[in-house]
Design a protein around this ligand. Structure first.
Ligand code: BMA
Length: 319
């Protein structure tokens, strides 16, 4: 008799409703791939910013970012028109900005800031946009030189300065893709750069990428993805670390293993095989819950949940 496949779940548990959002859920058959999503609670609802690669050109773009809202966190209403579209971030460069993906979403005061990569010949740049209502979007600025990936903001100032993570890398596809931190007085001008986590060892030996940190009483909880390159392909997993509240370049606890790695069929096989990828997470300290809406195989949005305190403990213990 064939052995039943048992998923090795560690801290995070997959929703039985996975996958939650797939290309066929998009009205008008516009979606080819459903990619990764930013996520927040807004007016009591889960709001996801879902990146979609289109079957053809749509609004002049190959990809766009759509708002999906849900009362129960499982069933989503999807806006067929994208919130984030290509922007003219430099004169005549709108056509270049057609790969609109990977929104990392952070609420600061009453505003939601979106940081995402914009395409450019030297590699991506970091584009900053903002919204208050997920209906209208205001482009703010290009806030990095190429090549820069995975930019995201902390939800509040530290010592009077805005804080961000990103991943500058000199040589594409070499093990130099580490997480860096920098500071800004106004969200536009950034400096005082410091490295925080470099790729190392098995599951994150090639590169690492951050999500907007979550403030907890024990420190900043930071969920990150790690990429392992083997002789056949790349594998994207998720893990977590805890950073000092006053000086987030100080790692005060870090897991040695992953919390989620591609094992379910919808994570192992898709547009890009062996990918679980998060652009954020939603924490609820009262319910002791962490919810991670993650991209699976660059094809679906899925959900994994776990205990927030168990995750923090795992960071402290270095599990
Ligand atoms: C990364 C990003 C993600 C994607 C992942 C796996 O570089 O582009 O959007 O999910 O690769 O393909």
């Amino acid at each position: 008799m064939a052995k039943e496949k048992v998923l090795n779940e560690f801290i995070l548990h997959r929703s039985e409703h996975n996958p939650l959002i797939s290309p066929t859920d998009f009205p008008g058959g516009i979606a080819d791939s459903v990619m990764n999503c930013g996520q927040v609670m807004h007016e009591g609802k889960v709001v996801l910013l879902v990146a979609v690669v289109y079957r053809g050109r749509y609004n002049g773009a190959e990809a766009g970012i759509h708002v999906a809202t849900s009362e129960d966190g499982i069933h989503f209403d999807i806006n067929p028109e994208p919130l984030c579209k290509p922007v003219d971030w430099a004169p005549g460069w709108k056509e270049m900005d057609r790969w609109v993906i990977d929104p990392r979403l952070t609420k600061i005061d009453d505003t939601y800031y979106i940081m995402r990569p914009g395409q450019c010949p030297g590699g991506p740049v970091a584009l900053l946009e903002k919204t208050k209502d997920f209906k209208t979007l205001e482009y703010m600025s290009c806030v990095s030189l190429p090549a820069n990936r995975v930019p995201c903001l902390f939800p509040e100032k530290i010592n009077g300065m805005y804080v961000r993570f990103d991943r500058p890398y000199a040589v594409k596809n070499t093990p130099q893709g580490g997480i860096w931190l920098s500071y800004s007085p106004d969200l536009i001008h950034w400096g005082n750069h410091k490295p925080v986590l470099m790729p190392w060892g098995a599951f994150y030996g090639l590169k690492v990428g951050p999500t907007p940190p979550i403030k907890t009483k024990d420190g900043w909880l930071e969920i990150f993805h790690g990429v392992w390159r083997n002789c056949a392909n790349d594998r994207y997993s998720l893990s977590a670390m805890l950073l000092d509240l006053e000086d987030p370049t100080k790692i005060i606890g870090k897991m040695e293993s992953w919390i989620l790695t591609p094992q379910a069929d919808y994570e192992r096989l898709g547009n890009v095989n062996n990918v679980v990828f998060a652009c954020g997470a939603i924490a609820d300290e009262e319910k002791d819950e962490i919810r991670v809406y993650y991209g699976a195989a660059d094809e679906h949005v899925c959900l994994a949940t776990g205990s927030l305190s168990e995750l923090i403990d795992a960071c402290k213990k270095g599990l």
